[in-house]
Write a protein that binds this ligand. Structure first.
Ligand SMILES: [Zn+2]
Length: 364
């Protein structure tokens, strides 16, 4: 089709970010870590576990709103989110869902439970598989249950096997089965989680969403969310998704939601590993994501490029711009900006919320 300015455009279904952390949208500009991380677990402790501990419901809302806005602008209409905020558990999924609805993007939310915060509020670097479930983990499961029973699109979230007791892993699995949803969990992202395969083998189901799997030592049932940018950023290794039997989908792991860009990165990283691969492999991962989040098929993204739907064009055309986005047949992006919320206002208020959040981080 030709738009009013005479340039050629093309349309695709909505894109899906199969693993996001909307709570990290306000991380940009946060205080520098107090030390240089010496391992993946140390980095989590220095950076990400300080950020999630500093969140309150207001900052969760603005983080999700900014993240949703940036997703919409990139043509990503469906977000599968994994959320943690140990000092603001109750109401967190409602805040995320509301923020996404206001922008006009779809979200499948979960609270990611963990036993790393002991009942005394102390952070445990190592969680024994044989320890008992913490109150915080129980409250996280209850938040997932409340969200799903209220009719929300959701999953049961688990941070990772290494930060949970067996009791918690089993309770999450049991709750997911009871609610008819999958478990969304980080799996063997780094060497710190090498036991994940052994500990989850008897629990994992086909509707689970296994995130990363970089160091996974066996086959595990579920979808595999591959996050190449995050894996490179953290230096954890390459997940080699083409060597896995699982259906592969792409996620950003919290670094934005520009899935066209993520797919181009996934492609060049794949080629570095195996030059016999073609763009059709990554296009297949994008297609898998539409099966995982079928509502994306009914969404419509119009690109300022005449062949956005062609895998070979999409793999090599950088900075393919989004002109408009329709969700549920309603325009949520028009002429490159959001229609339901004022882009400038959201960015301004999110920046103020980020400053408050970063101040709280300093005091933790
Ligand atoms: Zn993640």
């Amino acid at each position: 089709m030709t738009n009013t300015s005479g340039s050629m455009t093309s349309t695709t279904p909505g894109l899906v970010n199969a693993h996001h952390h909307l709570y990290s949208a306000l991380a940009r500009g946060m205080p520098a870590p107090r030390a240089t991380a010496t391992s993946f677990a140390h980095m989590l402790e220095l950076v990400w576990w300080r950020l999630d501990a500093a969140h309150d419901v207001d900052s969760i809302y603005w983080s999700a709103k900014l993240g949703a806005l940036e997703a919409a602008l990139a043509g990503t209409t469906c977000i599968i989110d994994h959320h943690e905020s140990p000092n603001a558990i109750e109401g967190s999924l409602e805040a995320i869902t509301r923020a996404c609805e206001e922008v006009g993007v779809r979200v499948r939310a979960c609270y990611g439970v963990t036993d790393r915060w002991g009942d005394n509020g102390v952070l445990h670097q190592k969680v024994s598989p044989l320890s008992t479930m913490t109150k915080a983990a129980q409250r996280g499961l209850e938040e997932c249950e409340r969200h799903i029973k209220a009719g929300g699109d959701g999953m049961v979230g688990v941070h990772a096997a290494f930060s949970c007791s067996n009791e918690t892993l089993e309770a999450a699995s049991e709750l997911a089965q009871r609610l008819g949803v999958g478990v969304h969990i980080h799996v063997a992202e780094a060497n710190d989680d090498l036991q994940a395969g052994a500990r989850l083998a008897h629990l994992a189901k086909d509707n689970w969403l296994l995130v990363h799997g970089v160091h996974l030592d066996r086959e595990l049932a579920g979808w595999l969310a591959h996050n190449p940018r995050s894996n490179m950023n953290n230096g954890v290794g390459y997940a080699k998704p083409t060597t896995r039997p699982n259906p592969v989908v792409l996620g950003s792991d919290g670094i934005g939601a520009d899935m066209a860009e993520e797919s181009r990165l996934a492609y060049v990283r794949l080629r570095e590993f195996d030059t016999s691969q073609t763009p059709d492999t990554v296009a297949g991962w994008m297609h898998n994501a539409r099966r995982l989040f079928p509502a994306s098929e009914t969404d419509e993204v119009t690109w300022r490029y005449p062949a956005a739907e062609n895998a070979w064009h999409a793999a090599f055309t950088t900075a393919m711009r989004v002109e408009s986005v329709k969700v549920n047949n309603q325009l949520v992006v028009q002429a490159g900006t959001t229609t339901r919320v004022d882009e400038a206002e959201v960015r301004h208020k999110a920046r103020a919320a980020a400053q408050r959040l970063h101040q709280r981080m300093e005091s933790l």
